[in-house]
Design a protein around this ligand. Sequence first.
Ligand code: NOJ
Length: 770
Amino acid sequence: MFNSSTKAKYKNIFMKKIIVTIVICLLAFNMYAQTSKEKKMDDFITDLMSKMTLEEKIGQLNLPSIGFDVTGPVLSKDVEGKIKRGSVGAVFNTYTPDAVRKLQDIAVKETRLKIPLIFGYDVIHGHKTIFPIPLGLAASWDTALIRMTARAAADEATADGLNWVFSPMVDIARDPRWGRVSEGAGEDPFLGSQIAKKMIEGYQGNNLSADSTVMACVKHFALYGAAEAGRDYNTVDMSLVKMYNDYLPPYKAAIDAGAGSVMSSFNEINGVPASANKWLLTDLLRKQWSFTGLIATDYTAINEMINHGVGDSAHVADLALNAGVDMDMVGELFLLELPTLVKQNKVSVKAIDSACRFVLEAKYKLGLFDDPYKYVSNDRSKEIMSDDKLALSKQAAEESIVLLKNASNILPLKPDTKIAFIGPLVTDKRNLIGNWSGAGDWKKAISIWDALQQKPQHKNYSYAKGCNLIDDSLLRKKLNEHDAQIEIDSTSTPQQLLDNAVVVAKQSDVIVAVLGESFGMSGEAASRSNIGLPDNQEKLLRALQATGKPVILILMNGRPLTLEWENENINGILETWFAGTQAGPAITDILFGNFNPCGKTTMTFPVNVGQIPIYYNAKNTGRPFDANNKYTSKYLDVSNEPLFPFGYGLSYTSFTYSDITLDQNKLYPGKKITASVSITNNGNYDGYEVAELYTRDLQASITRPVKELKGFQRIFLKKGESKEIHFSITENDLKFFNGDLRWTSEPGPFKLFIGGNSIDCKEADFQLLH
Ligand code: NOJ
């Protein structure tokens, strides 16, 4: 009856139906399993809460600091006593199996209801094995690698007693004066979102109760990176369209990836401090974004609302709880004020129950009710700083380093080159692991000098310190108060150090100057108004350059620096950030060509501080710069262009991009355009290239940025090799929040760019049609 092609067609349809049925069954089963798991959790917590007094419930909302680190302006007192009295839900700054066991013992053996504690800590770029600072990691554009670093950090943290990490920090940052740019992924919402997602996946896996996963904490919600004038803790004020289009996406990406907790930020949003901001925490986060995890404040953020001027201590506690805060970090105003506020009917028991439930749910999801000691194992010590983690740290360091300048291909250096290594950071270990290096032991970091000793083929070098890290006594004092351990050379004056360095430099073929910031010059509470090299280091660099020998500058720092003179006068510049435990081996491998640098900036480097804020995805203005027209947007004394743009980084080889081919130039909803380019490695080294895709919406109901990153691909090309790569663009990629905050696309003309950085791109035109 049927011919063979009709039979095949029916068979095909039949098979498709079976597959669809199986998928639907699996989804239904999954939903059922999920619902019954949630029901089990709900029942357990409802039962537990039915036994809790109001005081015990309020106790669960308390998050004091106890243990090894001090990470804020005040210290928590009598924490052990409070645990015993059931007045603590979680603690932070305690780790190691023994220390954690001691506190957990109190919670589960000496309290009435034996509710276990959560143990949190600032694990930001590694726990013991330290990876490059997050701004460095982001510069790798290798999201799979970043995920692995978060996974490794979770492994070590859980082996050391922890189950909650205050990471990732996903604040978009466009002002390098703000010291905390070192802790985030930079200025771009698209890249920031990709990284946020991968970090959550790395920390949490798909099962929070597994032995080696931790609960992540997305911070600082929200807009903390937009502090005015780059001054930490300062006021934030921004339009809703900027907030939705540029600043909120990475938080949302982290929530969508399943982040278990969120930390409210110190700043205000639309005039209301984040920790009192019901719109932010309840309407947006809980209702619109469906967040079901735990919301903790930042350190004493509730108390600080008194300084913000929104109320006295009772009122700010009331505001915070009713806004949606579940846990009060260090401030203890919940503990102090909530009992009375309930009696006065200002705070409902229902609101306290809701916060308490979120805390208990987090404990349940972590598996702590099954086994409060599940993260307290002395047997797991071999997982800490294991060979695979050290290898990952080296890989991450290599991939994060950005070659900013390489005049006449001065790098890599030949093995027999006579090199003078000059600078206070050549032998330094203390600074390599950067700020927020958690439990990392800087003594285990490998300096450039130590790494050189491990390279028997390279012996033709000398060393001079050249200068102290910082001569400015006031700055040194401030940094040393926070354990910067910046020492002044006691045997030589600054002038003697410099003179000696010049003598050593003159005997070399090439000078490698290793300079930068002390680790404490970036990070929290480390804003700077001048973001150049410290003056004494600048003086040394100029003296080295004056010898006439070629100079390579290796930078260690936590933010984009202003490097105008350096870029004009120094032959090679390598930005190594604070590259972590394996900084030395990674840097020396790059120096001698064993690894070809491939990192690219994720924050714009300004020419000078006056250009700040400067970022690639800016608006065009009505009078974009025109050199022939006075009345256009510009400075009289500096160009509008950055020193190094977003997405920029050189390689020892060179990559060329063909023109873009579009398979069509009209895009309809539900369809896609494919943009293709061929990339060729024209140089003499194999290497990685990050190809970046940007679009520009040329006509819209609200003004749109001149470029927006929409995709990137990290590809490896052997020397001489060409590869064609393809990017798909759909209507979704062109959507934005319009003036009514509706996520929408608007038909009209668009530009598409593909290139190796945000400035040097090939371009093509297309239309979006509805
Ligand atoms: C304050 C910082 O803003 C936050 O990032 C950190 O997690 C807490 N202190 C805890 O140390």
